[in-house]
Design a binder for this molecule. Structure first.
Ligand SMILES: C[S@@+](CC[C@H](N)C(=O)[O-])C[C@H]1O[C@@H](n2cnc3c(N)ncnc32)[C@H](O)[C@@H]1O
Length: 460
């Protein structure tokens, strides 16, 4: 099977999804097994590979994987597991396969197929499934096929993390997206040129009295364009089927396919108290139906994006004490230099400060390299387990700390990092450590590898 493109009018596309530019995929730690395990444990559910210590080879399936570079980073650190990516765009699959060959990986398989075509493949009984940035960008048929594919391939006890644009968080930018998309069709050229042309034409409209495209949207876009890799924005804005979804509809459609909404995967949502006022939490508690509760919650928190974990049927419960014990034994890594750590969350409920003994102990220890909370607790009998768990959730809120794999000195980090830097794939946004891949912004990537303090922090 080679080329799945092109149905529909206009430039090359796969059922309305732009196919004339490659998507710059990156390593998303929020879709990695270590994070999925953490959010499931926080929700009192059993992770797909059991509790820490019971590690064994697993299968991960990434649907709409792009060039699969994120999957490849996970595969490099975990040779006993199998990683499979499916994507319809031949250019993506080719680039990912080339990367896997260059890194000598035997445990990654990238398949070029639409979701509909992949329904014909043998199911793989995946422990982990990722579908990031796909659901709100593809046609209704591709969405239906994607969900059916998750249901078909999720093994017993497996978990699927799904990320998509959501309502009502997108409300104020709906007009902007529609106009940029429409005006880009009046411009010829590469996707980047079409997007840039459509954007420039949209920018002229507020001065002419257009409604729905206010100046703050342009300020937001200007800031965003500094943060995202080149080639990202056309994929966000030029797809014919782009639409933010209501969580209620997604949760109910997944349920129709035998997939149960289990917990959020957004780090901000590890604790409701970080993002919801007491009265909001009390109101939510009055709704028995999860889909209803999530829809109302979306109106309180007004995020533009959701990431959620689904399981096949009800996930097995883990006793609260057992889950806490497992979390205490998971390993954490500090992503920022100690002096840049912020001991406050600036969130929807105002500023939540957590500058306390436990948070300071965690940061001080992790500045010397990854460690488990249990290890930190042993050195600090003045910190309770509850203090440490709260500190780690607060630090994880905006990604200051991330859960990682246990140390494995057999990983050839230097070879991977040389490949990342030399191959011009610094945009992958991750470095390899003996604890697995760690997301770092492209701007800090070289210093992350050269600076002695940051090497120590990363366990290198
Ligand atoms: C926005 S990108 C996300 C890529 C990757 N998941 C990530 O987050 O880095 C969406 C991906 O879905 C793929 N795609 C779009 N329509 C598809 C279809 N019908 N079947 C399979 N893949 C599709 C595209 O080729 C693209 O790689």
């Amino acid at each position: 099977m080679t080329d799945a493109a092109s149905v529909g009018a206009g430039p090359a596309n796969i059922d309305g999804y732009i196919a004339d530019s490659l998507y710059p995929s990156v390593y998303h730690y929020l879709f990695a097994p270590e994070w999925t395990d953490t959010v499931l444990l926080r929700a009192g559910k059993r992770p797909p590979r059991g509790l820490p210590g019971a590690d064994c080879g697993t299968t991960m399936l990434d649907l709409g994987c792009g060039d699969g570079l994120g999957l490849i980073a996970s595969a490099y650190a975990d040779p006993s597991s199998r990683f499979i990516g499916i994507d319809a765009m031949p250019g993506h699959v080719e680039r990912g396969r080339q990367a896997a060959i260059e890194l000598g990986l035997a445990n990654v398989e990238l398949r070029c197929a639409t979701f509909g075509q992949a329904l014909e493949f043998e199911p793989v009984e995946a422990h982990y499934v990722a579908a990031q940035g796909v659901l709100s960008w593809v046609s209704p048929q591709a969405c239906a096929d994607l969900i059916a594919l998750i249901a078909r391939n999720l093994g017993p006890g497996g978990a699927a993390t799904v990320g998509y644009n959501t309502m009502p968080g997108w409300t104020s930018r709906l007009s902007f997206q529609k106009i940029v998309h429409t005006l880009s069709r009046t411009v010829a050229g590469s996707p980047q040129e079409r997007f840039a042309g459509g954007f420039a034409r949209t920018r002229e409209l507020p001065a002419l009295g257009a409604h729905g495209v206010s100046e703050h949207v342009f300020e937001w876009m200007d800031e965003l364009s500094l943060d995202v890799p080149a080639g990202y924005l056309p994929h966000e804005y030029l797809n014919a089927n782009w639409q933010p979804l209501w969580s209620l509809d997604v949760i109910e459609t997944f349920a129709d396919n035998g997939l149960t909404y289990t917990c959020p995967a957004m780090p901000q949502l590890l604790r409701d108290a970080f993002v919801l006022k007491r009265a909001q939490r009390e109101t939510l508690a009055t709704y028995d139906d999860a889909a209803t509760r999530e829809l109302v919650k979306d109106h309180f928190i007004n995020e533009q994006f959701r990431m959620d974990v689904y399981t096949g049927g009800e996930a097995s419960e883990v006793a609260r004490s057992e889950a806490a014990e497992a979390l205490m034994h998971s390993t954490w890594l500090l992503r920022r230099p100690e002096e840049q750590v912020e001991f406050a969350i600036d969130g929807r409920v105002g500023k939540v400060r957590f500058d306390n003994l436990a948070a300071r102990a965690v940061v001080e220890r992790l500045s010397r390299g990854p460690a488990s909370l249990a290890e930190i607790g042993e050195a600090h009998d003045d910190c309770t387990r509850a203090d440490l768990l709260l500190a780690i959730d607060a630090l994880a809120y905006d990604g200051q700390v991330v859960p990682v794999r246990p140390r494995d000195d057999s990983i050839d980090c230097a070879a991977f990092n040389r490949w990342v830097v030399a191959g011009g794939v610094a945009r992958m946004g991750a470095v390899m450590t003996p604890f697995g891949p760690v997301s770092v912004g492209p701007a800090v990537l070289p210093s992350a590898l050269d600076d002695a303090a940051s090497r120590r922090r990363l366990g290198l």
